[in-house]
Write a protein that binds this ligand. Structure first.
Ligand code: MLT
Length: 398
């Protein structure tokens, strides 16, 4: 008899955003006349910028010609894109060899797949609340998780304590709280990881929302991080690639650990081995589009949608302030993390807001136990829908 991985039985019945989508569908099926405004999953609404679209068109036409057609590409990504990303990092004075950059179909896949590299007896440390993929992908393997409390008391930015952890997940700007670690705080984590021989898995998917130049956009801005960290990043929110799919993972060559017989293991080599076996790369057309994001013109063009979403976040923050609702985030982040009005539990507030304002958000409890009583709204709607959603919010709570 085939024996199943029963660790899956320890997961919640469905993935957070699938659960939200199912509840919204049920509501819409029953109320087809209602205009429901989505502010739940962080899905962008503005189209790809023209330099990206043009680059993809050229690439598509290359694929239709005998002389320029391409079959399998390198599993790690084309050199032109890896080079563009290494140049992008050089603005932060971070030097990356292209072989340290791996192109993927998005940060979510790599964040989930990286678990392949680590043995099951590691102690995994994960902040609570946080993006649910970190927890779920480790529960699937039956791993032991130590949670780090993120709350108003620590501005949702937990720091190392006296516990030991082998693998640490950090997300900054944070999903869902919008909190951002300072360089000093991140340096405490890097020092901890170097001291404990642990590895930090740093999710930088929202780095492009940072406007405060003092805040770190990459963990590799912190000296020593190249010896203890892997960084995941994504073009989903930076350049509207949620549907197009492209991300990248930085695995420094300086990152090594000892095998049980004392030999040095290069984590970069291990990830390369994993990717070449289980992944066949991102399509050439998408990679050409992604490379255009990092061009001079692309960088100017993607600023516009980013500013637009920042404008939405500002409107949302102003509304919450007027309503006297506590929130964090929304400044260097596309997420606003608010305390549910009237002390409602977060799924109750989800239902209440859906039924009474036809606005969808994400219940904080879906991000961990400390998320109970909180709620996440995204700034990725259209301006028109953001204003309408906030008018409806004002009517209920203003
Ligand atoms: C979110 O809403 O948390 C993200 O859009 C989910 C994701 O990037 O997978």
């Amino acid at each position: 008899m085939a024996k199943m991985n029963e660790n899956y039985l320890n997961l919640k019945e469905s993935y957070l955003f699938s659960e939200v989508a199912a509840r919204v569908k049920a509501y819409k099926d029953k109320n087809p006349d209602k205009k429901v405004i989505p502010m739940g999953i962080g899905d962008v609404t503005l189209p790809l910028v023209t330099s990206v679209v043009e680059a993809m068109k050229v690439a598509a036409s290359e694929m239709g010609q005998l002389t320029t057609f391409r079959g399998y590409g390198p599993e790690q990504g084309y050199e032109f894109l890896r080079l563009a990303i290494s140049e992008y990092y050089s603005r932060l004075k971070i030097r990356l060899d292209t072989s340290e950059i791996f192109i993927s179909d998005g940060a979510k896949s790599d964040v989930g797949n990286i678990t392949d590299l680590f043995s099951n007896d590691n102690v995994i440390m994960i902040p609570d609340p946080v993006y649910p993929v970190y927890v779920d992908s480790n529960l699937m393997l039956g791993r032991h998780i130590e949670y780090l409390d993120a709350n108003e008391g620590n501005n949702f930015l937990p720091l190392p304590d006296n516990r030991h952890a082998d693998i640490i997940y950090l997300c900054s700007p944070n999903n869902p709280t919008g909190a951002v670690y300072s360089k000093k705080q991140l340096a405490l984590w890097v020092d901890y990881a170097l001291e404990h021989d642990s590895i930090i898995l740093f999710d930088a998917a929202y780095e492009s929302f940072i406007i405060d130049n003092e805040l770190p956009r990459s963990i590799f801005e912190i000296p020593g991080a190249e010896k203890c960290a892997i960084e995941f990043c994504s073009l989903s929110k930076t350049a509207g690639f949620t549907g197009t799919r492209c991300g990248y993972t930085i695995v420094p060559k300086a990152l090594t650990r000892k095998s049980s017989n004392g030999a040095d293991i290069s984590i970069n080599k291990l990830w390369n081995r994993r990717q070449t076996t289980k992944f066949n790369g991102v399509s050439y057309i998408i990679q050409r589009g992604a490379a255009a994001v990092f061009s001079e013109e692309g960088q100017i063009q993607v600023k516009k949608p980013l500013d637009y979403y920042r404008g939405n976040a500002r409107i949302m923050g102003e509304t919450l302030t007027k309503c006297g609702v506590y929130y964090s985030g929304g400044t260097n982040s596309p997420y606003l993390w608010l305390r549910c009005p009237n002390n409602m539990a977060s799924w109750d507030f989800f239902d209440f807001l859906l039924e009474n304002a036809n606005v969808v958000g994400t219940p904080g409890a879906g991000f961990g136990k400390n998320g109970e009583g909180f709620f996440r709204l995204t700034a990725f709607s259209t301006r028109e829908n953001t204003i309408e959603a906030m008018d409806r919010f004002m009517k209920l709570f203003g």
